[in-house]
Every structure is written in structure tokens, then in C-alpha cells.
Write a protein that binds this ligand. Structure first.
Ligand code: TYD
Length: 205
């Protein structure tokens, strides 16, 4: 059977990527495709427990510990959820993946990016997504969307989130074939249409 596709959704907090992922899932299902949704951190099972620690733990968390928790969750997501589904020919849509760690722990927290790439490579066994969307938005707008009820990472401050945004844009420059940047300040419908245009090209070549 022809193998499926692995597509990731990335961007700063509050960029609207989850909404777009769900809309794309509906679109693909309506065109007869088999779709599986997952997310990092926290696909299902063990991943949900790691997510709970990452987002809500109230004691001190070292930057390297934070990175390893994201990476542990990633290895689990890839091995248990993503790879088996892609092998079965499904289109797997994943909310955040390797580029989040480069953007947040690398550009955001200032950890060594070469090392993060190496660790990402171990966590994924070298597999990269077939396609990645980055939903780009300025920090002021995204923080307004997130609102007052912020989790541990959302509370990291404007400077941090600016570095995250710039990190994503830098990554997209380095891998323009895989990473497509979309303007997330447009309306939901406009962005959805942009997503579909890119997906159709990827599916139909
Ligand atoms: P989540 O509630 O899923 O945020 P969003 O809906 O914006 O995706 O929380 C995930 C948080 O974890 C988000 O702030 C980004 C952060 N994160 C990292 O810092 N590094 C990573 O490798 C991943 C996967 C997420």
C-alpha cells in the first residue's frame, strides 16, 4: 500500500494552528482520506501524563529537563502513534513537533540549536515531516488571543515569544521545501484556503 503523509502544524502560542489542523482534517476526510490527529506534548496515554507535567508543574524546571520531557514525549508519539499510521497509508496531522523544540528551547530559552537538532534526530529516529505549516503572527496579537489564563510556557514573556517567532521564520528560511509560512493574521477561511492550496500540491505533486 502507498505510504501516507506526516504533516506538522507549528507557530507561536495563540497562532490558530489547532483550528486550522481541525479544518484540514475535515477537508481531507470529506475527500475520502484516512486522517489521524495527534499532538505534542501529549498524543495519548503516556504522552498525556508528560503533557500534564510540562504545562502545569509548579516547581522549578531546568531548561534541559524541559527539553528532555518534550523529546521523550516525541519519541513515544513517533513510535506508537505516527509511524504505524503512516505505514497504514493514513495522513497524520500533528499539532507541534521538532520545530517547536528548536523555536522554544533553542531560540526561546537559548539552548544550543545544534544539540537540539541532534536530540530531535534521536527522538524521531531521523524522520522529518513531509510538510510543515508555520502560522506566523506578531506576539502582541497572539498574546491577546491567549488571554489571561496562561500556562507555564505561555507565561514566559514578550521577549521570549519574539525569539520563538523569529526562530520559526529562521527555520523556514533554512528548509523552504518542507516548511511553509502562512500569515495567521488573515481570516480563518483565508488561511484554510492557503492550507488547502499547499496540501493539494503535496498530495497531487
Ligand atoms: P499547548 O497547549 O499545546 O499550546 P498550543 O495550543 O499553543 O500548541 O502547549 C504546548 C506548549 O509547549 C506551547 O507553549 C509550546 C510548548 N512546546 C515547547 O516549548 N517545546 C516543544 O518541543 C513542544 C512540542 C511544545
Amino acid at each position: 500500500m502507498k505510504k501516507g503523509l506526516f504533516i506538522t502544524f507549528e507557530g507561536p502560542d495563540g497562532c490558530g494552528k489547532t483550528t486550522q489542523m481541525n479544518l484540514l482534517a475535515e477537508y481531507l476526510k470529506n475527500s475520502g482520506k484516512e486522517v489521524l490527529l495527534t499532538r505534542e506534548p501529549g498524543g495519548k496515554g503516556l504522552g498525556e501524563k508528560v503533557r500534564e507535567i510540562l504545562l502545569n508543574y509548579e516547581g522549578p524546571v531546568s531548561d534541559r529537563c524541559e527539553s528532555f520531557l518534550f523529546l521523550a514525549d516525541r519519541a513515544q508519539n513517533i513510535d506508537i502513534i505516527v509511524n504505524p499510521a503512516v505505514e497504514e497509508g493514513k495522513i497524520v496531522l500533528c499539532d507541534r513537533h521538532i520545530d517547536s523544540t528548536v523555536a522554544y528551547q533553542g531560540y526561546g530559552r537559548g539552548l544550543n540549536i545544534q544539540r537540539i537538532n541532534m536530540l530531535n534526530d534521536i527522538a524521531t529516529n531521523g524522520k522529518k515531516p513531509d510538510l510543515t505549516f508555520v502560522f506566523d503572527i506578531d506576539v502582541e496579537t497572539s498574546m491577546k488571543r491567549v488571554g489571561k489564563d496562561k500556562d507555564r510556557l505561555e507565561s514566559a514573556g514578550i521577549e521570549f515569544h519574539n525569539r520563538v517567532r523569529n526562530g520559526y521564520l529562521e527555520l523556514a528560511k533554512q528548509e523552504p521545501q518542507r516548511i511553509k509560512v502562512l500569515d495567521a493574521s488573515k481570516t480563518i477561511d483565508e488561511i484554510h484556503n492557503n492550507v488547502i492550496n499547499i496540501i493539494e500540491k503535496t498530495i497531487n505533486g
